[in-house]
Design a protein around this ligand. Structure first.
Ligand code: IPE
Ligand code: IPE
Ligand code: MG
Length: 247
């Protein structure tokens, strides 16, 4: 359903100022389901269409990097049934969607910890998706799974200490080079859905100068026109990076 709405918003977007990297905190699945008298897990399932339409919208805009938050290091606190569902759901989603994403020229990556809690079968699907799409360059879709911004910083610090570098050599550039994906540009735009005004441990180091857009839409209702809206808002922002505007 690429409706008239999406087309008309798209017409107002400047194609020369598309954000290179868009991050997305996909939140509100449970509330979407509750409102309909459904189980929370059905909200997660309904989020798949939102994700696929957002990916298509990002491709249409020419976004080069899209990072989506699928499971945080804190989401293990949820009831075991929900956690289990999310593991199986992500596993099957990868299996169902990898060919289609591959055909669209999407390179799939995962960011986050691969610890013992992530089921082997899911790791296997992740590796298959990475391998299948590794040469694609139209867009890099990074799925943040068992990801925490603080955990990433902790892992970077551990890796720096392990490398035996002296304190005088520590710099921002050096720390960046120890993050999970040093080649990934910082996000220009981060969108959070569901009307929550927080970051919830998403890309803490990387979003120092990202433009933040908060949307009231619950994730399963999110479609490309909402992405286009966020990009339009992004284009109205004045990014100063601590400096001053040119006179
Ligand atoms: C986001 O939706 C998906 C995950 C965090 C895995 P939620 O499950 O957090 O939905 P709400 O916030 O409870 O509505
Ligand atoms: C953030 O949403 C994590 C993901 C979308 C995967 P949460 O629902 O976990 O965040 P809080 O608990 O509302 O901060
Ligand atoms: Mg939530």
């Amino acid at each position: 359903m690429v409706d008239v709405d999406a087309r008309s918003i798209l017409a107002e977007i400047d194609p020369r100022r598309i954000p290179v990297h868009v991050g997305c905190v996909m939140d509100g699945n449970g509330r979407w389901a509750n409102k309909r008298g459904l189980a929370r897990t059905q909200g997660h399932s309904a989020g798949e269409e939102a994700l696929m339409d957002t990916i298509d919208g990002a491709l249409e805009l020419g976004v080069r990097w899209l990072t989506v938050y699928a499971f945080s290091t804190e989401n293990w606190k949820r009831p075991p049934d929900e956690v289990h569902f999310l593991m199986r759901f992500n596993e099957s989603l990868l299996e169902r969607r990898r060919d289609e994403l591959n055909q669209k020229g999407v390179r799939i990556r995962f960011t986050g910890r691969r610890d013992w809690r992530v089921p082997r079968r899911l790791i296997k699907r992740m590796d298959e998706a990475i391998e299948l799409t590794r040469n694609n360059r139209r867009m890099t879709l990074t799925i943040a799974f068992n990801y925490g911004g603080r955990a990433e910083i902790v892992d970077a610090v551990a890796s720096i200490v392990k490398s035996g570098v002296s304190a005088s050599k520590i710099s921002e550039k050096m720390i960046t080079s120890h993050m999970y994906y040093p080649d990934m540009p910082d996000p220009d735009l981060v969108i959070r859905t569901s009307g929550e005004y927080r970051i919830s441990n998403f890309l803490l180091w990387e979003l120092a100068y990202s433009e933040l857009v908060f949307s009231d839409v619950l994730w399963p209702d999110f479609r490309r026109q909402h992405l286009f809206d966020a990009v339009k808002e992004f284009q109205n922002r004045d990014r100063r990076y601590g400096g001053l505007d040119a006179p």
